[in-house]
Design a protein around this ligand. Structure first.
Ligand SMILES: [Zn+2]
Length: 73
């Protein structure tokens, strides 16, 4: 008959954290080009807030290997 008293959680800011955190403590994003998730990289440490693509190829706008909408040339 003991109610399960849960400890009051601290101010958990779950603003934009739909998914659980990965094992790694590194943040992750989703490529705006190929839609694939990619993890934080050291070279993005200074521009991580602006990084939107997983690779330079996607950033350049080039189609990844798994190109969608093949024109069938
Ligand atoms: Zn990509």
């Amino acid at each position: 008959m003991t109610a399960a008293l849960q400890p009051a959680h601290p101010a958990a800011t779950t603003a934009d954290m739909p998914r659980m955190r990965k094992k790694a403590d590194l943040p992750s994003k989703t490529c705006a080009h190929c839609g694939r998730p990619f993890s934080w990289r050291r070279k993005w440490s200074r521009v991580w807030d602006e990084v939107r693509y997983c690779s330079d190829a996607c950033r350049s706008g080039r189609m990844p290997k798994a190109a969608t909408g093949n024109s069938g040339n």
